[in-house]
Design a protein around this ligand. Structure first.
Ligand code: ATP
Ligand code: MG
Length: 367
């Protein structure tokens, strides 16, 4: 791929792209970011991830920003870093957290984003907002659909296509309307190899990793689909992807959910914080989609396009009935004490995906 250096380093004016978001991308000076964040004051710190710390800041025009100060950058020269951030900066979609710009001065590598006032999905499910119960069913459904659409854009419409590799609740940010903004896409390219795995260990996000990625490092779009399936289960249940129990034993969310899905006990999957206020049809849809996504064989997982369509497909409500022991076995999320059964076939899964994709394609043609 060839890059235009002149274009990469120009200061962008406001423009619009097919994602439908205005872009006011620019290069920031270190001085400006120091002043916006009160010299990266500890009180301004929003949190810390595998790539560095994130600080809240305010620019001279009053707008609020989040600045990610990268700690691992050494193999990326200033130029290379700028090119890759520029590529990410071009990705614009209503459900993707867009970059406002970057700073690369001396030893410092910083990325500037819009500040998301409702922070992350993680903070609402398990963090500082968990007690406030601000995520009603409608918001959860909307977050599921919005984040799916963000991933569809990354996988199929961004140039070049982007595999996220780190889909998880802390990377789904929420704007003032609780619309999902998927963050930190494309980081694997910005950061020297291994950082993602370091993050995984440090942050314990292993529960989101597709088996083929965790075991053999095989990366493809379907790794994101798997992680998204885990995210869906987390979103409806309020459970963590991996829960620690007594005597240092751990249980994954799939191990917890699979028997309930198998027995058709969907209601028991729902976060008790919702106090029974949820839409049964939508619940069934989400559970089905999560089940398809979290299959261990990557070739059986749907594409994100099919996922987004299924989450929105009210038409499916007519044909879906709760799964029970009779119509469930085709899905290989089936769990017994030996773990997930990888050999079970997934004809039902294929049938649902096939039907939805056909319907989607015929809609596209007739549009
Ligand atoms: N634009 C933003 N607005 C508000 N909060 C943000 C923003 N960007 C990041 N955060 C929050 O700052 C914290 C640190 O984010 P960071 O991305 O560094 O770590 P992480 O998401 O936990 O892990 P990872 O490094 O794997 O992405 C997280 O809680 C995240 O939700
Ligand atoms: Mg993050």
């Amino acid at each position: 791929m060839e890059f235009c250096w002149g274009k990469c380093f120009c200061v962008r004016k406001m423009d619009k792209n097919p994602g439908g978001k205005a872009s006011n991308w620019r290069i920031f000076s270190l001085k400006e970011l120091h002043s916006a964040t009160n010299n990266f004051n500890y009180d301004n710190k929003l949190g810390e991830g595998g790539f560095g710390s994130v600080y809240w800041g305010q620019l001279w025009d009053g707008s609020q920003i989040a600045v990610k100060r990268l700690k691992v950058w050494s193999t990326k020269a200033e130029m290379e870093f700028a090119v890759e951030v520029e590529i990410l900066g071009r990705v614009r979609h209503k459900n993707l957290l867009s970059l406002r710009g970057y700073c690369a001065e001396g030893q410092e590598r910083l990325i500037v984003y819009d500040y998301m006032p409702n922070l992350s999905l993680l903070s609402h499910l398990h963090g500082q907002f968990a007690g406030d119960s601000l995520l009603d069913w409608e918001r959860r459904m909307n977050i599921a659909i919005g984040s799916a659409e963000g991933l569809v854009y990354l996988h199929h419409y961004a140039t070049p296509h982007i595999i996220h590799r780190d889909v998880k609740a802390s990377n789904v940010l929420l704007d003032s309307n609780f619309e999902a903004q998927v963050a930190d896409f494309g980081f694997a390219k910005l950061i020297p190899g291994g950082a993602t795995h370091v993050t995984t260990k440090v942050k314990g996000t292993l529960g989101y990793l597709a088996p083929e990625y965790a075991m053999w490092g095989k990366v493809s779009e379907s790794c994101d689909v798997y992680s998204f399936g885990i995210l869906l289960l987390e979103l409806i249940s309020g459970k963590k992807p991996i829960e620690k129990h007594a005597h240092a034993t751990k249980r994954t969310i799939v191990e917890w959910a699979a028997p309930l899905v198998f027995q058709g006990k969907y209601d028991e999957l729902v976060d008790p914080k919702l106090k029974g206020n949820f839409n049964g049809h939508e619940l069934m849809r989400i559970v089905r989609v999560a089940t398809l996504c979290a299959q261990s064989a990557p070739e059986n997982r749907p594409t994100m396009t099919a996922v987004a369509h299924m989450l929105k497909a009210e038409v499916l409500d007519k044909v879906l009935t709760p799964m029970d022991g009779h119509n469930m076995p085709e899905l290989d999320i089936e769990y017994d004490e030996h773990g997930v059964d990888e050999d079970a076939n997934s004809d039902l899964g294929h049938a649902i995906v096939g039907a939805v994709v056909n319907e989607f394609e015929s809609e596209q043609i007739s549009a």
